[in-house]
Each structure stands twice: as C-alpha cells, then as structure tokens.
Write a protein that binds this ligand. Sequence first.
Ligand SMILES: [Zn+2]
Length: 321
Amino acid sequence: MVVKSTIMLLLYYVPICLVIFGSFSSVPLLFFLYLLSGLGMAGIGMGIMHDAIHESYSSNKWINKLMAQSIHLIGSNREMWRIQHNVLHHSFTNIQEHDEDINAPGVLRFSPHSERKKIHKYQHLYAWFFYSLMSLNWVLSKDFVNFFRYKKKGLIPNKKVRITTFLSFILWKTLFFVLFLILPIWFTSYPVYMIVLALLFMQFVTGLITAIVFQMAHVMENAAYPLPNTSGEIENDWLVHQLQTTCNFSGKNNFAFWALGGLTNQIEHHLFPNISHVHYKNIAPIVEQTAKEFNLPYNNNGSFGSALYQHFRMLKLLGVK
Ligand SMILES: [Zn+2]
C-alpha cells in the first residue's frame, strides 16, 4: 500500500508540476503529461482513498483518516463518497432506488427494474461518453447535488459535519482547479483553450477508467438485481446477496489487480470491505471454494476485455428489454 500510494501520488503530481515549471511548448507533451496525472488521479481513487474510507488501508485508524483525505486531493469529498459508496452502495448493492450506483441519469438504464425509454436502445453506443464525464461530474457538481439530497434524507444529521463538509468542497475543489487550470495558464505559454482541452482530456480518461471498473462489478448479465418483498426486506442473507450481485474480472492479471486497487476482485471486496485490497488475491480461492460448496454463484467474467464486452452486451440488453 505504501509503495502504491507513493507511486500514484507521484504519478498525479509530478506531471502537472512538469507542465507548470517545465517551460515546454509541445502540445502532444502537454496532453501526455495531463494524461499521466489523470492515471494518477484514477489510481489515488481506486488504490488509496477507496481503501482508506473503508478503513481498510491500515489497522491504525489515524492512518486511515489521513489517507482518506486523498479524495480531497482529487477534488471530491470524503463524506459524500462515504455515504454514496460505503453506506448506500455496499449495504444495498444492486437494489433499485437504494443503490445509487445503478440509479443512472435518464439517458442511461443500469437496472432491469428501472423505466425503459426509447433512447436506451442506443445506450451501449453512447454510455461511454457519459462514463467519461464521471470524474468531472464528481469534481464539479455531484458532491453539491448529493449534499443537498443527503441532507434532505437525514443522512448528514450533524450540523458541524454539514458545515465542515461544505467548506471542504469549496477549499479542495478550488485548489484542484488552481493546480490543474490556473497555474498552468499563469506559468506556461500554452493558450488558455489548450490547457482547458488538456484538463478535459485528463478528466475524460480518469472518468472512463473508473466508471468502467466500477460498472463491470455490478452491471453485468450474471449479476442479480434482487427486489425487496412486500415488507421491504431482501430475503437473502447479506453475504449471499453480495455474491449474487457482484462480479470479478481479470483474475489472472496481476498488473490490473495492482493498478486498479484490487477492484478486479469486487466479490472479495464486497464480502470483506474492511480488509485491505492487497489480501483479496489470497482470499479469492477460499471464497470461490466456499461459494461452490454452498451452491452459490461466484461470478467471474474472465479477462478485462471479456468483462468489458459482457458489460457492453448488458447495456445493449437493458436498452431493449
Ligand atoms: Zn467499496
């Protein structure tokens, strides 16, 4: 975790510092450096802050608290992520109206229980564009929208937390744009529109990578979308529910496992979110064997490419029926 955190933080900061202080004038180099920072941003999200906010980065709670702050470095907010991801997504995985990860905006349909519109017929073609907006959306607007929604739902009952969360939005998001927009405009000879385009390019890449990785865990043909019974209860055991609704991919690819913060092993992550992702590869054979013994699903969708194709097919399927 320490090596990965160091690499990801350097990957995020070194290229943008080179942009600011490097006195370069090459446009491809500008885009390349922003791309590297974008990869670092995705790496911080998947490999550092995700574990830290689950309190699984370290057994020391102060280290978890410190590393959880890394979400602020990438322009988002710890408390908003904790509610959407740890509380809503992990407790109510793939349950319509509760898991916000499958509550897509109108043009996208991620659940067989949500209303189907004519436009969804083409979502397998245009979904990727919206995926690429995900990171920018978190930085610019989603935290604000979620803040007011969660406040209304009573999910942020503490007034002090509400105030500090909102002030933290303003501070960290401003710093993000100072570093990636204002300073490059100020210190380099690139035209303003070129810096804006490079920043957008970086955000598109970060958004696309992270959205695809998260989507391939749950929006798949072999993932279930259980509904509550008339008393509002999910009839399965929570662990069984996690096995039914979650999928793994890239099982044999050690680099993908390392670079994507263990999110290739989402089954193990969903069963044991409080265990650091570095252990998932060791846990996986035990989980798979146990699932087999109890005749429960263990959804493994093969390589990254194969899982991506299956996600594409699932988008197409959800668009037509
Ligand atoms: Zn998680």
